[in-house]
Design a binder for this molecule. Structure first.
Ligand SMILES: Nc1nc2c(ncn2[C@@H]2O[C@H](COP(=O)(O)OP(=O)(O)OP(=O)(O)O)[C@@H](O)[C@H]2O)c(=O)[nH]1
Length: 223
Protein backbone atom coordinates (compact mmCIF):
# COMPACT_ATOMS: atom_id res chain seq x y z
CA UNK A 1 0.00 0.00 0.00
CA UNK A 2 2.76 2.40 0.83
CA UNK A 3 4.48 1.98 -2.45
CA UNK A 4 1.49 1.49 -4.63
CA UNK A 5 -0.10 3.99 -6.94
CA UNK A 6 -2.83 6.25 -5.68
CA UNK A 7 -2.83 9.10 -3.24
CA UNK A 8 -0.91 7.42 -0.43
CA UNK A 9 2.21 9.09 0.84
CA UNK A 10 5.20 7.36 2.41
CA UNK A 11 4.51 6.45 5.98
CA UNK A 12 6.22 8.53 8.65
CA UNK A 13 7.06 6.89 11.98
CA UNK A 14 5.01 7.87 14.96
CA UNK A 15 5.16 6.63 18.49
CA UNK A 16 2.78 4.12 19.81
CA UNK A 17 2.43 1.97 22.83
CA UNK A 18 2.60 -1.73 23.33
CA UNK A 19 2.55 -2.86 19.76
CA UNK A 20 4.65 -2.64 16.72
CA UNK A 21 3.64 -3.42 13.24
CA UNK A 22 5.01 -3.27 9.77
CA UNK A 23 3.35 -3.45 6.40
CA UNK A 24 4.22 -6.38 4.18
CA UNK A 25 2.83 -7.70 0.97
CA UNK A 26 3.02 -11.36 1.97
CA UNK A 27 1.39 -13.30 4.77
CA UNK A 28 3.43 -14.73 7.63
CA UNK A 29 2.74 -17.12 10.48
CA UNK A 30 2.33 -15.61 13.89
CA UNK A 31 4.99 -16.11 16.50
CA UNK A 32 4.73 -15.75 20.24
CA UNK A 33 7.46 -14.25 22.39
CA UNK A 34 9.42 -13.58 19.26
CA UNK A 35 12.01 -11.08 20.35
CA UNK A 36 14.39 -12.19 17.64
CA UNK A 37 12.11 -11.69 14.67
CA UNK A 38 13.76 -9.60 11.99
CA UNK A 39 12.04 -6.34 11.25
CA UNK A 40 10.29 -6.08 7.95
CA UNK A 41 12.28 -4.71 5.06
CA UNK A 42 9.34 -2.42 4.44
CA UNK A 43 8.18 0.42 6.61
CA UNK A 44 7.71 -0.53 10.23
CA UNK A 45 4.92 0.61 12.46
CA UNK A 46 4.81 0.37 16.18
CA UNK A 47 1.93 0.59 18.52
CA UNK A 48 1.57 -0.27 22.11
CA UNK A 49 -1.13 -1.81 24.18
CA UNK A 50 -1.29 -0.46 27.70
CA UNK A 51 -3.26 -2.19 30.33
CA UNK A 52 -4.47 -0.21 33.27
CA UNK A 53 -4.20 -2.13 36.48
CA UNK A 54 -3.44 -5.79 36.37
CA UNK A 55 -5.85 -8.50 35.30
CA UNK A 56 -8.05 -6.42 33.01
CA UNK A 57 -7.44 -8.95 30.24
CA UNK A 58 -4.68 -7.41 28.15
CA UNK A 59 -2.71 -10.64 27.81
CA UNK A 60 -5.88 -12.64 27.21
CA UNK A 61 -6.92 -10.30 24.39
CA UNK A 62 -3.45 -10.54 22.89
CA UNK A 63 -3.37 -14.34 23.04
CA UNK A 64 -6.89 -14.57 21.62
CA UNK A 65 -5.80 -12.34 18.75
CA UNK A 66 -2.46 -14.06 18.09
CA UNK A 67 -3.28 -17.68 18.88
CA UNK A 68 -7.07 -17.84 18.71
CA UNK A 69 -7.58 -19.19 22.21
CA UNK A 70 -8.77 -17.95 25.59
CA UNK A 71 -6.53 -18.49 28.60
CA UNK A 72 -8.52 -18.87 31.81
CA UNK A 73 -5.60 -18.59 34.22
CA UNK A 74 -4.00 -15.39 35.47
CA UNK A 75 -0.25 -15.00 35.14
CA UNK A 76 0.90 -11.38 35.66
CA UNK A 77 2.75 -10.10 32.63
CA UNK A 78 6.26 -8.72 32.69
CA UNK A 79 6.53 -8.00 28.98
CA UNK A 80 5.99 -10.11 25.87
CA UNK A 81 6.33 -9.35 22.19
CA UNK A 82 4.15 -10.93 19.52
CA UNK A 83 4.04 -10.79 15.74
CA UNK A 84 0.85 -11.29 13.77
CA UNK A 85 -0.16 -10.63 10.20
CA UNK A 86 -3.57 -9.02 9.93
CA UNK A 87 -5.53 -7.87 6.91
CA UNK A 88 -7.42 -4.61 7.22
CA UNK A 89 -9.52 -3.42 4.33
CA UNK A 90 -7.54 -5.49 1.85
CA UNK A 91 -4.12 -4.52 3.10
CA UNK A 92 -1.76 -6.76 5.07
CA UNK A 93 -0.09 -5.42 8.19
CA UNK A 94 2.57 -7.25 10.13
CA UNK A 95 1.72 -6.23 13.66
CA UNK A 96 4.41 -6.36 16.28
CA UNK A 97 2.70 -6.19 19.61
CA UNK A 98 4.27 -5.54 22.98
CA UNK A 99 2.17 -6.81 25.87
CA UNK A 100 3.28 -4.72 28.82
CA UNK A 101 2.93 -5.23 32.54
CA UNK A 102 -0.22 -3.96 34.22
CA UNK A 103 0.13 -0.51 35.73
CA UNK A 104 -1.50 1.50 38.44
CA UNK A 105 -1.78 5.24 38.95
CA UNK A 106 1.60 5.31 40.70
CA UNK A 107 3.54 3.43 38.05
CA UNK A 108 6.26 5.31 36.25
CA UNK A 109 5.55 5.19 32.56
CA UNK A 110 8.60 3.56 30.93
CA UNK A 111 10.33 5.83 28.43
CA UNK A 112 10.60 2.89 26.05
CA UNK A 113 6.83 3.00 25.64
CA UNK A 114 7.14 6.22 23.71
CA UNK A 115 10.00 5.18 21.46
CA UNK A 116 9.26 4.04 17.93
CA UNK A 117 5.65 3.31 18.79
CA UNK A 118 2.80 4.22 16.45
CA UNK A 119 -0.33 3.71 18.50
CA UNK A 120 -1.75 2.67 21.82
CA UNK A 121 -4.48 0.39 23.05
CA UNK A 122 -5.57 1.29 26.56
CA UNK A 123 -7.55 -1.42 28.31
CA UNK A 124 -9.76 -1.37 31.37
CA UNK A 125 -12.22 -3.94 32.66
CA UNK A 126 -15.93 -3.06 32.57
CA UNK A 127 -16.11 -4.86 35.94
CA UNK A 128 -13.59 -2.57 37.64
CA UNK A 129 -14.13 1.10 38.43
CA UNK A 130 -10.54 1.27 39.62
CA UNK A 131 -9.24 0.16 36.24
CA UNK A 132 -11.40 2.82 34.56
CA UNK A 133 -9.92 5.49 36.81
CA UNK A 134 -6.37 4.26 36.28
CA UNK A 135 -6.72 4.25 32.50
CA UNK A 136 -7.42 7.98 32.64
CA UNK A 137 -4.27 8.59 34.67
CA UNK A 138 -2.25 6.48 32.29
CA UNK A 139 -3.55 8.37 29.27
CA UNK A 140 -2.44 11.66 30.84
CA UNK A 141 0.99 10.22 31.57
CA UNK A 142 1.24 8.93 28.04
CA UNK A 143 0.53 12.32 26.50
CA UNK A 144 3.01 13.98 28.87
CA UNK A 145 5.68 11.51 27.90
CA UNK A 146 5.24 11.79 24.16
CA UNK A 147 4.65 15.54 24.29
CA UNK A 148 1.58 15.47 22.08
CA UNK A 149 -2.02 16.37 22.68
CA UNK A 150 -3.26 13.31 20.81
CA UNK A 151 -1.88 9.92 19.78
CA UNK A 152 -3.54 7.11 17.83
CA UNK A 153 -5.42 5.32 20.58
CA UNK A 154 -8.16 2.78 21.07
CA UNK A 155 -9.82 2.67 24.48
CA UNK A 156 -11.06 -0.85 25.20
CA UNK A 157 -13.53 -1.91 27.88
CA UNK A 158 -12.79 -5.63 28.26
CA UNK A 159 -14.73 -8.45 29.99
CA UNK A 160 -18.05 -7.38 28.50
CA UNK A 161 -19.24 -10.98 28.86
CA UNK A 162 -19.39 -10.55 32.66
CA UNK A 163 -22.84 -8.94 32.58
CA UNK A 164 -23.65 -9.34 36.28
CA UNK A 165 -20.34 -7.80 37.35
CA UNK A 166 -20.40 -4.82 35.02
CA UNK A 167 -19.92 -1.42 36.72
CA UNK A 168 -18.89 0.74 33.74
CA UNK A 169 -21.52 1.44 31.09
CA UNK A 170 -20.55 1.50 27.41
CA UNK A 171 -21.62 5.16 27.24
CA UNK A 172 -19.09 6.07 29.92
CA UNK A 173 -16.27 4.46 27.98
CA UNK A 174 -17.39 6.12 24.76
CA UNK A 175 -17.58 9.52 26.44
CA UNK A 176 -14.05 9.18 27.77
CA UNK A 177 -12.69 8.04 24.40
CA UNK A 178 -14.44 10.94 22.68
CA UNK A 179 -12.80 13.37 25.08
CA UNK A 180 -9.43 11.96 23.99
CA UNK A 181 -10.27 11.92 20.28
CA UNK A 182 -9.77 8.14 20.46
CA UNK A 183 -11.71 5.17 19.15
CA UNK A 184 -13.72 3.10 21.62
CA UNK A 185 -14.96 -0.45 21.77
CA UNK A 186 -15.87 -3.12 24.25
CA UNK A 187 -14.46 -6.61 24.02
CA UNK A 188 -14.37 -10.04 25.54
CA UNK A 189 -11.14 -11.97 25.35
CA UNK A 190 -13.36 -15.07 25.19
CA UNK A 191 -14.51 -14.03 21.72
CA UNK A 192 -12.01 -14.12 18.89
CA UNK A 193 -14.04 -11.66 16.86
CA UNK A 194 -13.85 -8.79 19.33
CA UNK A 195 -10.16 -9.45 20.08
CA UNK A 196 -9.33 -9.20 16.38
CA UNK A 197 -11.48 -6.09 16.07
CA UNK A 198 -9.44 -4.35 18.79
CA UNK A 199 -6.27 -4.69 16.76
CA UNK A 200 -7.90 -3.79 13.48
CA UNK A 201 -9.21 -0.63 15.10
CA UNK A 202 -5.79 0.50 16.25
CA UNK A 203 -4.39 -0.10 12.77
CA UNK A 204 -7.15 2.08 11.36
CA UNK A 205 -6.40 4.78 13.93
CA UNK A 206 -2.72 4.73 12.99
CA UNK A 207 -3.56 4.84 9.33
CA UNK A 208 -5.85 7.79 9.94
CA UNK A 209 -3.14 9.64 11.86
CA UNK A 210 -0.81 8.99 8.97
CA UNK A 211 -3.26 10.58 6.55
CA UNK A 212 -4.28 7.23 5.09
CA UNK A 213 -8.04 7.05 5.23
CA UNK A 214 -9.67 3.64 4.74
CA UNK A 215 -10.25 2.85 1.04
CA UNK A 216 -13.92 3.81 1.02
CA UNK A 217 -13.08 7.15 2.65
CA UNK A 218 -10.08 7.95 0.48
CA UNK A 219 -10.48 10.83 -1.89
CA UNK A 220 -7.94 10.75 -4.66
CA UNK A 221 -7.59 13.64 -7.04
CA UNK A 222 -9.38 12.98 -10.32
CA UNK A 223 -7.02 13.55 -13.24
N1 LIG B 1 -14.74 -13.48 31.70
C1 LIG B 1 -13.65 -12.92 31.20
N2 LIG B 1 -12.45 -13.14 31.80
C2 LIG B 1 -11.37 -12.55 31.25
C3 LIG B 1 -11.44 -11.75 30.08
N3 LIG B 1 -10.18 -11.31 29.78
C4 LIG B 1 -9.39 -11.82 30.72
N4 LIG B 1 -10.08 -12.57 31.61
C5 LIG B 1 -9.54 -13.26 32.78
O1 LIG B 1 -8.98 -12.26 33.64
C6 LIG B 1 -7.77 -12.73 34.25
C7 LIG B 1 -6.64 -11.76 33.93
O2 LIG B 1 -6.41 -11.77 32.52
P1 LIG B 1 -4.99 -11.32 31.91
O3 LIG B 1 -5.15 -11.34 30.44
O4 LIG B 1 -3.89 -12.13 32.50
O5 LIG B 1 -4.88 -9.84 32.47
P2 LIG B 1 -3.74 -8.74 32.20
O6 LIG B 1 -4.43 -7.46 32.06
O7 LIG B 1 -2.83 -9.15 31.10
O8 LIG B 1 -2.95 -8.76 33.58
P3 LIG B 1 -1.43 -8.24 33.84
O9 LIG B 1 -0.53 -9.24 33.23
O10 LIG B 1 -1.33 -8.19 35.33
O11 LIG B 1 -1.31 -6.90 33.20
C8 LIG B 1 -7.54 -14.15 33.69
O12 LIG B 1 -8.03 -15.07 34.63
C9 LIG B 1 -8.39 -14.18 32.42
O13 LIG B 1 -8.84 -15.49 32.13
C10 LIG B 1 -12.72 -11.55 29.47
O14 LIG B 1 -12.90 -10.85 28.46
N5 LIG B 1 -13.78 -12.15 30.06
Amino acid sequence: MLHSKGCRKPWQPMWMVNMTWSKKSTRQCSQRNDRTARPSASTTRKASLEVEEGAVGKSSLTIQFVEGQFVDSYDPTIENTFNKMVNVKGQDFNLQLVDTAGQDEYSIFPQSHSMDIHGYVLVYSVTSMKSFEVVQVLHDKLLDMVGKIQVPTVLVGNKKDLHMERVIKPEEGKKLADSWGAAFMESSAKENETAVEVFKRIILEMEKADGNAPPEEKKCAVM
